[in-house]
Design a protein around this ligand. Structure first.
Ligand code: ZN
Length: 174
């Protein structure tokens, strides 16, 4: 699989509103897909990418918040503490930024790209991005966090996004 074969799916695409399926067995195909996703994320100047964002409804995410690349299969948050609020963007909702309140520190249980069990603690930006990507697996988008007032403001922007379809997009984010 080549990076060029993967395309970012945008707001309005039904795959973004579908819960991703758990991976039963991590295969060579999953490893290739994770590598392609990582390349696409880096090329798009993003810090995270979830498989549904490239049209694949499986529990796979890649994250690179500046301290190393994580390729995670079936990631799950088992503990959370503290609070952080960041203005987040999303590669699937270009040009839209929403303040999102999330846990500051999380414990993640996952499989790595070889199917080995992986448990780690993440904090700050890394924790924020992992939570954002896991939201994608649960069919949740940053726009769901916007207040009613903010959503009204976003409505125009999103309508124009829908119109522009898949042509227009600004770089940045997850
Ligand atoms: Zn996103």
């Amino acid at each position: 699989m080549k990076t060029t074969e993967l395309k970012i799916r945008y707001f309005g695409d039904s795959v973004l509103r579908k819960r991703a399926a758990k991976v039963e067995l991590v295969t060579e195909e999953h490893r290739e897909l994770l590598s392609c996703m990582a390349r696409l994320m880096h090329d798009s100047k993003g810090v995270g990418l979830a498989a549904p964002q490239v049209g694949i409804s499986e529990c796979l995410i890649v994250v690179d918040a500046g301290n190393g690349l994580y390729k995670l299969v079936n990631p799950k948050i088992t503990r959370r503490r503290g609070v952080q609020t960041n203005e987040e963007g999303c590669l699937s909702v270009p040009g839209v930024f929403v303040n999102v309140r999330r846990a500051k520190v999380i414990v993640v249980e996952s499989l790595d790209h070889n199917g080995e069990s992986l448990v780690f603690e993440a904090q700050g930006l890394l924790a924020c991005v992992i939570q954002h990507e896991i939201d994608h697996l649960n069919a949740k988008l940053i726009t769901d966090y916007a207040s009613v007032v903010a959503r009204l403001k976003l409505r125009k922007r999103i309508a124009s996004l829908r119109k522009a379809g898949h042509e227009k997009r600004l770089p940045q984010s997850t």
